[in-house]
Design a protein around this ligand. Structure first.
Ligand SMILES: Nc1ncnc2c1ncn2[C@@H]1O[C@H](COP(=O)(O)OP(=O)(O)O)[C@@H](O)[C@H]1O
Ligand SMILES: [Mg+2]
Length: 289
């Protein structure tokens, strides 16, 4: 047995370096598996999908990770992830945890886009702000408010938003700084008037859309909505994230619920039909609500 036999097949085939990572997963996202280095300082992000699987889904960029090896073609999905990350970093750089992408074949010889990131010890998940927010200091709350302002600017100027909702994606670190850890699923937000596909823009059909959201959002609803409404993992990450941002603003006393509803930024991406769609999906995913 080789040294690397204990490592998952998705791990990079990078020889002795592999020993600096622990084969025990610390995090499990919808697209990434996260492994911590044995010194604890770094994490290795291992994508669930190989580049050739992503090429099949989103097309190939024509760029090869390894010259002359057509199997190393980088997917459009990966290229757009990296582009969006570069753009978003320009606005919220202080709060993002940088990633360094690396192309390597995995243990089966299939190319993947790995990345390295600093390990972030967390004091609180920002998803817990609504019931634990009072335990933060005023300085910490002020830092989160500033991050929210920066995210607002990112949205206003580029229409992009981070995935703010998955558990563990945004945290207050051990030093009291807000950090966006999950930087690999930045989404374009769809303005209200572009949510429905052409055939369903008729107000007479609104009821059908709402029924599809309640009964068959994985199937029939998809034909009614802009394909970008759902992210690569099949979930409405953009819509969930803008709503999360809106909640943070009210939880931190930046605005009242009523004032966010009139806010130009939120009213561009939230309306009653979208509420129905999001509620239908939520009730199916989390029936206890
Ligand atoms: N640098 C890091 N430091 C600490 N924990 C991390 C780090 N990166 C990821 N994690 C943990 O692993 C989980 C999954 O990673 P994430 O980037 O959110 O992947 P996905 O894009 O698949 O959701 C995170 O929500 C977090 O709990
Ligand atoms: Mg995540």
């Amino acid at each position: 047995m080789t040294e690397s036999a204990q490592f998952p097949r998705e791990f990079p085939s990078w020889g002795h370096e592999i020993k600096t990572y622990s084969p025990k997963r610390i995090g499990d996202g919808t697209r990434m598996q996260i492994y911590r280095s044995t010194d604890g300082k770094q994490v290795l992000r291992v994508p669930l999908y190989t580049e050739s699987q992503l090429v099949t889904r989103t097309g190939g960029s024509g760029v090869l990770a390894s010259e002359g090896d057509p199997s190393s073609e980088i997917s459009n999905d990966t290229v757009s992830d990296i582009d969006r990350y570069t753009t978003a970093k320009g606005y919220v750089g202080k709060n993002t945890v940088g990633v360094l992408p690396m192309y390597f074949p995995d243990q089966n010889g299939n190319w993947r886009t790995y990345s390295l990131q600093r390990y972030v010890p967390k004091k609180m998940d920002l998803g817990e702000l609504w019931y634990r927010g009072d335990s933060l200091s005023e300085t910490e709350r002020k830092r989160i408010r500033r991050m929210i302002e920066d995210i607002r600017e990112l949205i206003t100027e580029t229409g992009l938003i981070f995935d703010l909702c998955g558990s563990g994606n945004t945290v207050i670190d051990d030093k009291g700084f807000p950090r966006i850890i999950d930087v690999n699923m930045i989404q374009p937000l769809i303005p209200n008037d572009e949510v429905l596909t052409q055939d369903f823009k008729d107000p007479q059909l609104e009821h059908d859309v709402i029924m599809a959201a309640r009964l068959d959002w994985r199937g029939r609803l998809r034909k009614m909505l802009n394909p970008q409404f759902f992210s690569m993992n099949g979930l409405p990450i953009g819509d969930w994230s803008i709503r999360r941002l809106q909640e943070w603003e009210t939880q931190l006393g930046m605005q009242t619920r009523q004032s966010t509803e009139k806010d130009e930024l939120y009213s561009k991406y939230i309306n009653p039909l979208r509420d129905e769609i999001i509620n239908g999906i939520r009730n199916d995913l989390f029936p206890s609500f």
